[in-house]
Write a protein that binds this ligand. Structure first.
Ligand SMILES: CC(C)(COP(=O)(O)OP(=O)(O)OC[C@H]1O[C@@H](n2cnc3c(N)ncnc32)[C@H](O)[C@@H]1OP(=O)(O)O)[C@@H](O)C(=O)NCCC(=O)NCCS
Length: 150
């Protein structure tokens, strides 16, 4: 298991042993960012960067090469420049319980993914995904809706 971690983030892990059947790279980008992983979250080969807040619910599994980024890292400066600016525009990401995120999916700032949703491989998720929905593509669209058993 490889778990590089910068300690500025308020990291809360219920069961840290479930991080990384392969590896997870967790990077905070701003002092005081919140990164919360519920019980039995499974992460392999995933990059998670929190400048504001990323919360992942119990039993969610995340495929290899996925990225979860709650900020854009850079914003334009002057005519040609880019400044490193994690905070401006950072928006919290909330991922529900029992979600499946496919390989190489990217979840971008401000997204909420509901319980038991499925995110297809390679999806770029820029809008909320309701509970039980299957979303795929770039930008991710709902391709199916499951009935949820409560
Ligand atoms: C999203 C997923 C679960 C859907 O599987 P499914 O329910 O069997 O769906 P189907 O294969 O019947 O495809 C349904 C439609 O969605 C499209 N689709 C399926 N997965 C897609 C994806 N990842 N990206 C874009 N479109 C996708 C199909 O082309 C099909 O479109 P059509 O109706 O126009 O022909 C699956 O395709 C997927 O992406 N699995 C993730 C695999 C993975 O990453 N595992 C993790 C390993 S660590």
């Amino acid at each position: 298991m490889l778990l590089p971690l910068i300690t500025n983030t308020h990291l809360k892990m219920t069961t840290p042993e479930h991080i990384g059947k392969c590896f997870a790279r967790l990077c905070d980008t701003e002092m005081g960012a919140r990164l919360e992983l519920g019980r039995n979250v499974g992460i392999s080969g995933t990059i998670i960067c929190a400048a504001k807040s990323i919360v992942i619910g119990e039993g969610t599994i995340i495929g290899s090469g996925a990225m979860i980024l709650d900020n854009d890292f850079h914003s334009p400066e002057g005519e040609w420049g880019w400044k490193t600016d994690y905070v401006t525009g950072a928006r919290a990401i909330q991922i529900g319980r029992g979600v499946f995120i496919g390989s190489r999916a990217i979840v971008l700032k401000g997204v909420t993914i509901g319980d038991r949703a499925v995110i297809g491989a390679g999806a770029v998720v820029v809008k909320d995904v309701p509970p039980g929905a299957v979303a795929a593509g770039n930008p991710a669209k709902i391709i199916r809706q499951k009935e949820l058993i409560s």
